[in-house]
Structure formats: C-alpha cells, structure tokens
Design a protein around this ligand. Sequence first.
Ligand SMILES: C[S@@+](CC[C@H](N)C(=O)[O-])C[C@H]1O[C@@H](n2cnc3c(N)ncnc32)[C@H](O)[C@@H]1O
Length: 399
Amino acid sequence: MAKKQSARGKGGKKPARKPAKKTAKKAPRKKLAKKPARKPAKKPSNAKSAKKTARKPAPRRPEGPPSPQLPPEAMIMQGLFGFMMTKGLGVAADLGIADALKGGPLYYTDLASVVGADQRALHRVMRMLAGHGLFDEPKPGTFANNAVSDLLRVDHPHSMAGMTKMICGESHWQPWGRLEHTVRTGKSGAFHAFGEEIFTWFQKPQNKSEWDVFNDAMTSMSLGQAPLIAQSYDFAKFRRVVDVGGGHGHLLKHVVAQAPNATGVLFDMPDVVAGADLPPNIVRDGGDFFARVPEGADCYMLKAIIHDWSDDHCRKILGNIARVMDPSGRVLLFETVMPDEPGPHPAKFADVNMLAMTDGGCERTPAEFAELFASAGLQLVGITPLPDGWTNIVEARKV
Ligand SMILES: C[S@@+](CC[C@H](N)C(=O)[O-])C[C@H]1O[C@@H](n2cnc3c(N)ncnc32)[C@H](O)[C@@H]1O
C-alpha cells in the first residue's frame, strides 16, 4: 500500500519504499507536516555534546553511497562502458530484436536476416547485451528473450521500447553529447545541439519522426504508471479532471475509469491531442499551458510536466491553474521526488537528464515543491510515494 509522506528536510525520516504489490490499494491520506524544514546537520556546540555524539554511533545511513564491489579501476571502466550498453539497447529496440525473438530463440545468422542486419556485427552486439543479462544466450550464438528483453517488445503491456528509442535517439543523444558545455554554462544540451529549446525543436516539421518517438516514449512510460496512479488515489470524488500536458491521454483514460461521475479533458499542444484516440467521456482541448488551461475543474493532473521546466515557467503553469480551478479542487503532480540524502536514487539520473535536455527543468525535493506551490497561490498537501519506487503523487490545493 502506498503511504503518504510528509515534507521533510535533511533530518527527516526517509520514506519507506515498499516492494511493489500486484494491486495497489488506495493510499491512506495523512496531513502534511506544516513546514518542510531544510535544516543543516547539527554540529556539536561544545566538548560535552561532542562526547555525547561520539558515544552514540550514528545509525547506518539507509541510502548511503554503494560500497564499491569492484576495484577502483574496474568501477571507472564500468562507468565508461555504460554508454555502450545504452547504445546497444537502443540498437536492439530500433531493429526490433525482442519482437523477432518472440517466437523463440534464434541463431544469430537467422536473427540477422529477420531484422535486416549484418550477421557478424549483430552477433557482437548481442553477445555484449546477453553477457550483461539483457537477453539470454542459451547456446553460443543463439539468442532468446528473457524477462528484461521482453520489455523491449512493442506488444508487451509494459513495453519500454518507446523509452529506449527516445533515450538513444537524436533528440537525447545529441544534447547528452554536449553535457560538458551544459555544466560549464548552465545552458541545456538541447540548446547547444539544436540552437533552440527541445520542445521548440520537436515542433519543426523535419523533426516529426523524433517527436513521434518522444510521444511513444511518454506513452510507454505511462503504461506501467497509469494503472498504478489510477488505483492509488480516490478519483471518484471529482466531476471534471483535466490532464495538463496529458500527451495521448493514456493516464486520463485510466483515471476516468475510476471516476464514474467525471468527464476528462485532455489538454496538450493541438497536434498532440489531435493524435489521441479517446472515449466519449474525454474531450480534447489543444492549447499552450503557459497561456491558459481549461477552466473550472476540480482536479488538474500533471504527469512529468513540472520537472521539464524552470521555477519561473512552472509558476506560470501552476498560476494559470490556481486562477481558474474550483476553489475546493486539487492539483496532482505525478513526479519522482529528489531525496535530500546522499546515495543512489533514480531521481539523480532523471535530474541530470533534465539538466541536459531542458531549460531549467529539474527533479525537486519536497521542500522545493512546497516553495514552488506557495509562489503560485497553492499549498502542498502531501506527497505519496507509490510502490514502483519512482512515481509520487504530489498533492496541492488552492490557498
Ligand atoms: C514529458 S511529456 C509528458 C506527457 C504526459 N503527461 C505523460 O506523462 O506521458 C510533456 C508533455 O507536455 C506537452 N507540452 C509541452 N509544452 C507544452 C505547452 N506549451 N502547452 C501544452 N502542452 C505542452 C508535450 O506535448 C508533452 O505531451
């Protein structure tokens, strides 16, 4: 069961991340602690307190840095080899390898003729991927799907093929190649690579295929998230649910299925909503969320939107919502949340992706969400981590 987490600072408790259950139950609703403190770690002020601290060994940090299991040189090489795995996965997705192996194992020469690849080159890439568990190699040169590569099949219910193609495609590969410029200048890699910000670049007719890949990736990300979100919150209380930047409406369809009295409004850029296949209880509305959002709803959802934009941009979007929402309504963000603590967390990768790809986008801590809402006429109600270990429901109301 998902549990609501209060906003917390450095000294706060880490929210429990429970293993995924097959069916998520409604998240229990708990009031948020008032001020999400961002306290620096306390230093002992005198010898007595230092002694006291020394006697009580600090509890082991649950999310501390991983203890290196490899020699240092191997850790560096593992880091450097990482992009080879990334690109190998991208090639596997682009060629449709997992789809070709759906019927059973294939020797690499047969696999190459099914997917239209050079036999030897394909063998070498597959050997690398299978060597790291991403495919199986039951006999030398014969490749098969496993639970990991199954996710690269386009027909898998939780397919990650779209996401893989996007991360390895031009829209991301070029900006990431300019990460050094980004770190030196603070300007997005997309700006360095394309001379404009990523969503402007995507809208150019010559980048249509990359835009299609991006939209597929968003849908593929939503495949697992949407049912989980729909089951983890009480949507039945709403009468009008707007998905702001809702893409092709995958999440909204799941949500309105849980809200029999509600109509859904899919709001995104005009060409995006035009491409959505929607049931009769969802209407489409094309527009620019910096200019306006549909009026009078009691629920505004934004999944993977706020992390794309700077605080100033987000204030515009959230301010537009606060102005027109039903005063008793809710704003629900579905985002990963940056922990305050050191140590591994997927939000730390996602955050650098936002650095490379966007103009000021980032993954935010609970305190940063609270500040952002407050500056847009909203108030953070609470944060509910979902059992996938990635998605959180970040809930706000009108002040
Ligand atoms: C990261 S995607 C998220 C899509 C969807 N919420 C999901 O999670 O699958 C960002 C979405 O914001 C939309 N978007 C970007 N700029 C926009 C704007 N100015 N007005 C309306 N929608 C916009 C994009 O078209 C895209 O669908």
